[in-house]
Ligand binder design. Sequence first.
Ligand SMILES: [Zn+2]
Length: 231
Amino acid sequence: MLPGRGRNGRGARLSRILGTRTAWASVGDGEFFCPGCGGDRNYQRLTGRRRFAVLGVPVLPRGETGPVVECAACRRHFGTDVLDHPTTTRLSAMLRDAVHTVALAVLAAGGTCSRAALETAVTAVRAAGIDDCTQEQLQALVEALAADTGRVQGQPCGPGLAIELHEALDPLAPHLAAAGRESILLQGARIALADGPYTPAERDVLTTVGAALTICSEDVSRLLAAARTPS
Ligand SMILES: [Zn+2]
């Protein structure tokens, strides 16, 4: 028998003669979190033009394919939905903003900032990545926020503050595991508790935080009670 005459040999030979070739063209690029090689990488967004090929030469258009996202590091292709996932850099920036916003909201709800509350807030904000955060800075921001959000009219968690919290927390919530979301709420709770039990205004803010982080109300109550009894 001649080589290449077997069933598999013929199939392989045929696909070398007849097949579909895809020519990829870049339609954009950027940075994404590659689920293939696990890290922040550059990507190219590609659309493909499929052609029926004879002897490797494209002859008949077979339509468009893609778009796909190609990792610059591992060259693997993914659906464009991978771009919905933030990069590690973006995720830490979102976390930093979230903790900062929650700290400000809780401080603003507490009225005049006590030393203890400011200290706890600074520790939390620094741990989240804003290394140069100071008590004076937070105090100044809280005063600006109070002037801005209608706290003076007796609305501790007025619409302005609630919007700020949702803006900082809503985009983050889907990308965090339950423990990560609970940790943000607990950090807020500890700031509130630094100068005594929760005031109604602080509880109000923390409830808004919990809701924005998609923590159900029973869990919010459980976590707020747990924060009160430090282990
Ligand atoms: Zn990759």
